[in-house]
Write a protein that binds this ligand. Structure first.
Ligand code: CP
Length: 299
């Protein structure tokens, strides 16, 4: 059994297994079921990650508990660690956590029996998003080696960008970044930072990022941002014919991505959402694999 807190825990064979297993779950139901309780603890809003973990857990047979933060003892001052120790004592086998803090180190040192999956830790990591993005890229290109993946926009505040950079590099792709200088991070200096026009022309994959207004006050108006850093009809013409467009969602429609881009055949945003269920099934199975005693279908 293994928690999944960071893409740094993964290696290429593990990722290849997760990609195969997720692809299998797109067309098949699991042959055996996993018993026990899992819980979603989301301290930040979510649609895609929260619901896809719910569907994934149900399809695998897990009983998923909803931890409603606003109705819980968090409101009486209970800390995340105390909540997790309580859930551990209740016999919950696995927690899926999203929180605005960088909470993973504290959890690693807490001695919990329960497994933990990181569904978002501040601006730091979102490993299952990077995995489902990798699945979407693999489905189109069949490979990662030699692909240029431009990650564009509010990179500084993006846990998706950080998890993707590490995972794509491990898989042999070339991540590169672009966006307003104010969103240029200090911790991703090993990767190229290019102009948006160069990113659009060179990339095999263009991954647009949401401007995370809840984490900062952007100096840009919507019109300014879209003109300089938005993927729009004009820039679609510069994109390679065989490129794909990704966005982790939720989108700021007509800010970082315009209506016509969303209907372009190269846009894979809803395919990413569909892949999210299958990849989270694979991740849950990977985390619980020894406990379930289950044969890994594509091993
Ligand atoms: N991509 C992503 O994490 O979306 P949600 O915030 O809707 O879960």
């Amino acid at each position: 059994m293994t928690s999944l807190l960071s893409v740094k825990q993964l290696n290429v064979p593990m990722v290849e297994w997760l990609l195969r297993q997720a692809q299998f779950y797109l067309d098949h139901e699991p042959e055996t079921r996993i018993t026990g309780h899992a819980v979603n603890l989301f301290f930040e809003p979510s649609t895609r990650t929260l619901l896809s973990f719910q569907i994934a857990a149900q399809r695998l047979g897990l009983t998923l508990l909803d931890f409603e933060v606003d109705q819980s003892s968090v409101k009486k001052g209970e800390t995340l660690l105390d909540s997790l120790q309580t859930l551990d004592a209740l016999g919950v086998r696995l927690a899926v956590i999203r929180h605005s803090d960088n909470w993973t180190q504290a959890i690693e040192n807490a001695g919990l029996k329960m497994l933990v999956i990181n569904a978002g830790s501040g601006v730091h990591e979102h490993p299952t998003q990077a995995l489902l993005d990798a699945l979407t890229i693999k489905q189109h290109f069949g490979r990662f080696a030699g692909l240029k993946v431009a990650i564009v926009g509010d990179v500084r505040h993006s846990r998706v960008a950080r998890s993707n950079a590490k995972l794509l590099q491990m898989l042999g792709a070339e991540p590169l970044f672009s966006g307003p200088e104010v969103f240029k991070p200090q911790d991703l200096g090993e990767f190229s930072w290019v102009t948006f026009d160069d990113a659009v022309c060179e990339a095999d994959v263009v991954m647009m990022l949401r401007v995370q207004r809840e984490r900062h006050s952007s100096a840009y108006t919507v019109e300014d941002y879209n003109r300089h850093y938005g993927l729009n009809a004009e820039r679609l013409n510069q994109l390679k014919p065989d490129a794909v467009i990704l966005h982790p969602g939720p989108i700021n429609r007509n800010v970082e991505i315009t209506d016509e881009v969303l209907t372009d055949p190269r846009c894979r945003i809803l395919q990413q959402v569909t892949n999210g269920v299958a990849m989270r099934m694979a991740v849950l199975q990977w985390c619980l694999r020894e406990e379930s005693g289950e044969q890994l279908v594509s091993a």
